[in-house]
Design a protein around this ligand. Structure first.
Ligand SMILES: [Zn+2]
Length: 259
């Protein structure tokens, strides 16, 4: 992997290349997505490109909509809109769109302002680290989608608020159970112990889900893979692998999770 040179003879839209792609042009700074192309016969994901709007990293300094998109309205999943949000191949309902970044930029902006009010230099190394770690978290989430993962809105329950401020623990287990949650910036009250602001490592759920989907299994037929897959799946009840997804999160007729 490397930076695409100016004189490259390949195009990021070419299905043979998977890229993380920055672009400028869309007026909404809260925009990132992780679409993929899938072989309809086998389900195999053969190409994926993460797309970020470059405005994402400037949002902390100023909400760009205020002066370049005065006529714009906040994007909501149920609105008609010109671009197509991320949809996993099996998704076809608005409740299953990924609108992580739309909220994440505002959450992180609040956190950035709060830390600045507490004395952080907004142009200094701590601020740069903040933006970097935020990008890592968003990129990991969108890469998760390109690999076929769905949202996991229960992952943030595996640690208590106290554990979330324990950097030794979070380095080992992740800030939450999964980068596929919508994870708010982790900020403790002033003067208290502070863990990582963002999730920059995968969580136990992520490793488990990827193991199920991608672990090479010596088998001649799909059926021969079943015993090993069942063994991996049998861990589902472990507390650290807590999971629920879009249908359970609320707002629809299938809300089965009172939490
Ligand atoms: Zn998502």
């Amino acid at each position: 992997m490397g930076q695409q040179p100016d004189n490259a003879d390949w195009d990021p839209a070419d299905v043979r290349y998977s890229t993380l792609r920055w672009f400028a042009g869309y007026p909404d700074p809260g925009f990132a997505e992780g679409p993929s192309r899938v072989n309809p016969l086998t389900g195999e994901i053969y190409d994926a490109d993460i797309r970020f709007d470059a405005g994402m990293t400037r949002f902390f300094r100023r909400e760009i909509n205020e002066y370049v998109n005065p006529a714009g309205t906040p994007w909501m999943p149920w609105m008609e809109e010109p671009r197509k949000p991320f949809l996993a191949p099996w998704h076809n309902r608005p409740a299953e769109f990924c609108d992580l970044v739309g909220g994440a930029v505002r959450d992180a902006e609040f956190a950035f302002d709060l830390l600045t009010a507490r004395g952080m230099d907004p142009q200094g190394p701590e601020a740069n680290q903040f933006v970097h770690d935020y990008l890592v978290e968003i990129a990991a989430h969108e890469v998760g989608h390109t690999l076929g993962l769905r949202h996991n809105f229960r992952a943030s329950t595996i640690h208590t608020l106290e554990q979330a401020q324990d950097a030794t623990l979070t380095a080992k287990e992740g800030l939450t159970g999964s980068v596929m949650d919508y994870i708010p910036t982790n900020i403790s009250t002033e003067g208290q112990k502070q863990g990582p602001y963002h999730q920059t490592t995968l969580g136990p759920y992520d490793y488990w889900a990827i193991e199920y989907a991608y672990k090479p299994i010596a088998a001649n037929t799909p059926d021969e893979e079943l015993p090993e897959l069942a063994k991996i799946a049998s861990r589902a009840a472990e507390p650290q692998l807590a999971y629920d997804t879009d249908e359970e999160r609320g707002g629809g007729p299938f809300d089965m999770d009172p939490g």
